[in-house]
Design a protein around this ligand. Structure first.
Ligand SMILES: [Zn+2]
Length: 424
C-alpha cells in the first residue's frame, strides 16, 4: 500500500477556490460573518455540499443540520473515518477558523478519489453546525453534540445572542428537527466511527514563532465560565463620601481581578498551564463623573487541559469573594456557571499523524490546544479523536486572521497520507 502513497496528492485548487468563494459570500464589510444556524452558515453548507457532489461524494445532512460527505469504502459496514470541522464564524471573524477543517477534508478526499484510491472503509467529511457557540448561543458544540446524542433538551432553549430566539427555533428555521436532539438520538457513535480528525488553524503564535507549519494536538482545554457576574455596592457622591463609608463595586471587582491574576501567576510558577481572562470588567450605565460606582459587571473565562488548574482559580475565587465583601461592604452575584470538560486527544492517532508527517518530511511539533473545538465533543463521546493545527498569523476571531496556502497544503498532505493509511 505505501508504495502508491507518493502519488496521492490533495486537490488544493478545489480547496483554494472554496476559500475564495466562502470569503466573497460572507464578507461583511470588515471581516467574515457566518451566523450559526443562520444565513451565513446556510450559504457555507450549500457551497461545500455542491462542491462535494461535483467530486462524486455521497452528501447527507443529519436531523440537526450537520453535513456528511462520504467517499464509500469497500466494506460499508466497517466503522468509518470521520474528519471535519465547523463552517460558522464569529461576527467580523476570519475566513479560516473552522473552514480549514472541512476544506482540508475535501481536498484530501478529492485527491484520493482522483487517484482512483478506494478505501477499505468509508471516509466521511463532516461540516458541523454552530461551533462558534460562544458568539451566538451560550452553550458548547451544539451541532456535533446533537449528532452524538449528547445535547440536553434544556440546551435547545438557549437564546441566540443577536436574535433573542432559541436554538430550537433557529434549527427549525433552517429546516432541521431539534426534537431529534431532545430525544437523545444518535447519528455518530463509537459503534460506527473508528476515528475523528479535526484540522484547524492554531489561533495562536507558537507555530509562527517556531517556524513550523503543523502541530499535532495533545489535548483540548476544558473551561469554567461566569458570563453574568455582578458586584453590587452603593452609588454615592465621590466628593462627599469618605473612604470608610464607601461601597465601591468597581474597586471591589478590580481587587478580585488582580487577586485571580496573582493566583494564575503563582500556579504558572508551579508548572500549571492555564489561562484566566476577565473578558469584561465594567461599570453600568448609571455610572458617571463624581459618582462612586454602585454596580459593576464582569465575564470570567478560565481554561486548561488539566481540570485541577481551573478548579484552583475557582477555589481562590470562593475564598476571595467573602473577604472582599466583608472589607468593602459589597455583594457579589456570580450568576450561573457554564463550561466544558477537557479532552485528551487519542495517542494512536497522534502517532499515526506523526508518522505521516515524517514520511513526507514535513516538520511538526506537539502542543495542547488553547481554544475549544468540536473534537472535544467527539472525544467526550468515546470516539478516538485528534487534531492537526496549521500555522497561522494574527490569531483568529478577527478580520486580520491569516494563513499561508503552502502551510494549508502541508496539512492536507499529512491528512491525505494518514487517510490512506488508516482507511486503506
Ligand atoms: Zn474553530
Amino acid at each position: 500500500m505505501s508504495s502508491i502513497l507518493p502519488n496521492l496528492l490533495p486537490d488544493l485548487e478545489l480547496a483554494n477556490r472554496l476559500f475564495d468563494d466562502l470569503r466573497a459570500r460572507s464578507f461583511d464589510g470588515v471581516g467574515i460573518t457566518r451566523e450559526a444556524y443562520g444565513p451565513g452558515e446556510r450559504m457555507a453548507h450549500a457551497l461545500v455540499k455542491e462542491a462535494a457532489e461535483a467530486v462524486g461524494l455521497e452528501c447527507n445532512p443529519d436531523p440537526v443540520g450537520n453535513l456528511y460527505m462520504t467517499l464509500p469504502g469497500k466494506n460499508r459496514q466497517a466503522k468509518k473515518v470521520l474528519l471535519g470541522s465547523h463552517l460558522d464564524s464569529v461576527p467580523q471573524g476570519g475566513n479560516f477558523d473552522g473552514a480549514v477543517g472541512v476544506l482540508a477534508g475535501l481536498a484530501a478526499v478529492a485527491g484520493l478519489k482522483r487517484a482512483g484510491f478506494v478505501p477499505e472503509r468509508d471516509i466521511t467529511i463532516i461540516a458541523t453546525r454552530a461551533e462558534e457557540a460562544g458568539a451566538w448561543f451560550p452553550t458548547s458544540y451544539p451541532g456535533s453534540r446533537g449528532a452524538l446524542g449528547r445535547l440536553k433538551a434544556e440546551e435547545l432553549e438557549v437564546k441566540r445572542q443577536d436574535s433573542g430566539r432559541s436554538l430550537a427555533d433557529h434549527m427549525k428555521e433552517e429546516g432541521f428537527d431539534p426534537s431529534f436532539a431532545a430525544r437523545g438520538e444518535v447519528v455518530v457513535s463509537p459503534e460506527n466511527t473508528a476515528a475523528f480528525l479535526e484540522v484547524h488553524i492554531e489561533q495562536g503564535p507558537v507555530l509562527d514563532a517556531e517556524e513550523i507549519p503543523v502541530a499535532i494536538v495533545t489535548g483540548i482545554p476544558g473551561s469554567r465560565r461566569l458570563r453574568q457576574g455582578r458586584v453590587l455596592g452603593e452609588y454615592n457622591h465621590s466628593g462627599g463620601t469618605p473612604r470608610k463609608y464607601r461601597k465601591d463595586a468597581a474597586i471591589a471587582l478590580a481587587e478580585l481581578a488582580v487577586r485571580l491574576d496573582d493566583r494564575w501567576a503563582a500556579l504558572e510558577m508551579q508548572g500549571h498551564k492555564l489561562v484566566v481572562t476577565f473578558c469584561t470588567l465594567a461599570t453600568t450605565a448609571e455610572a458617571g463623573f463624581t459618582k462612586i460606582p454602585g454596580e459593576a459587571t464582569f465575564m470570567l473565562d478560565v481554561r486548561s487541559v488539566n481540570p485541577a488548574s481551573v478548579d484552583a482559580i475557582f477555589d481562590e475565587l470562593a475564598k476571595a469573594v467573602p473577604e472582599i465583601e466583608a472589607r468593602r461592604g459589597v455583594k457579589f452575584d456570580l450568576g450561573p456557571e457554564t463550561g466544558s470538560k477537557s479532552a485528551p486527544m487519542d495517542a494512536e492517532i497522534q502517532a499515526g499523524l506523526a508518522r505521516s508527517a515524517e514520511a513526507l518530511a514535513i516538520p511538526h511539533l506537539s502542543m495542547a490546544s488553547g481554544g475549544g473545538h468540536d473534537a472535544a465533543a467527539f472525544a467526550a463521546a468515546g470516539i478516538p479523536s485528534a487534531m492537526l493545527f496549521v500555522r497561522n498569523q494574527h490569531g483568529s476571531h478577527n478580520p486580520h486572521e491569516a494563513m499561508r496556502p503552502e502551510d494549508f497544503g502541508e496539512a492536507c498532505r499529512v491528512v491525505t497520507h494518514w487517510l490512506a493509511e488508516i482507511a486503506g
